[in-house]
Design a protein around this ligand. Sequence first.
Ligand code: GLY
Length: 437
Amino acid sequence: MKILLIGSGAREHALAAAINRSPQKPDLYVYASSMNPGIADIAVDLVTGDITDGDTLMAWVGRRKFDYAVIGPEAPLETGVADRLWQAGIPVIGPTKDLAQLETSKLFTRELLVKHDIGGCPRFKSFDSITGVKEFLEELGDLYVVKANGLMGGKGVKVAGDHLHSHAEAIEYCESLLEQKATFVIEEKMIGLEFSVMSFCGGKTLAHMPAVQDHKRAFEGEEGPNTGGMGSYSDVDHGLPFLSATDILEAQQLNEAVAKALMADFGKGYKGIIYGGFMATADGVKIVEYNARFGDPECLNLLTLLETDMVEIFQTITADELDTAEIRFSPKASVCKYAVPKGYPDKPLKGFPIELGENQADALYLGAVDLKEGQLVGTGSRTVAVVGLGDTLPEAEEIAETAINQIKGDLFHRKDIGTQALIGTRINTMRVLRKSH
Ligand code: GLY
């Protein structure tokens, strides 16, 4: 069996490792933006190219007769690479361009939620000019978020209090989006704690994964600029310590409602990962955003915990038979920490050497790295992730923290991710919020 994986970050390294564990022993081929030596070690062949360029990619695919293709990042979903592969008869894990709007258009998703009366949607308005922006901001007061439509490399969302400190600044940001020919949505800012629930989606059937919490800020104590995500954790019971079972169920039901709505509107099933970004609020679970792929770092936890054959999951998703798959995750706590270049995310170092040492992590995934004359070097983004598993969160955290300290280079990481101290503050915040309601 031949599987094509598209992408080259730590998420794709974790996917490659999960595919490699399959008892079906598939041959893995990778079409990547860069040479990730962690993935190359697993793959039969890794070629580099523009992963968003369907023509070049399909020319390379040629007559290779892949049995399945899996698309890691969002950019090739936006350009319709899944459509091209399906047209060539290759079943794909990753939605077609129209369904990927779930991630690529903020407005598409908000309108889908409203049309199908799916709960958890904050007040919002869409804009393609500055008309009405001032009035809507005045209606929302200090609680607003501006979201650019389209993929902006994680930089399109600006939140009041975090990135925008006055209506004047918000209007200036909206004007800069209009100058870039981007439309945008302004939403009510929700107060609470964010978490992620991802589901495998095989058209009509969903299989939910454990809840995970990511950490977006660069520095300890939730300080500093937003990043792609500095690390994440999940708990033994597949919930999160600050969430109730009802919160998790609500999030899963929202993912189910979204899949059903897509099926109703497009007459075809979504095949891939539905990644719900949620906010636990005093007033229940709200939807922050949807993504159309595995979250990174969240999937580094999840794919390390996954016990079921990944290839069997691909087979059942693409054949509309996900209901026949018994998907299991190890009943362990997991903590993932990313080592990132000094200066990340604003002015990251590039081209510096990295030594992994004798790493004792339960899993180690390479991200933004390259191999130069046999030396592993960092290329300027999230560099190496380690995952610790344990019977408790403190055990998992200790493994991840010890492992990340063994990696040498001009890197830093957040020591607080997965610690009892930080998780304690989350539990407390949620308790206070729920009481205030
Ligand atoms: N965890 C953030 C993302 O994958 O977009």
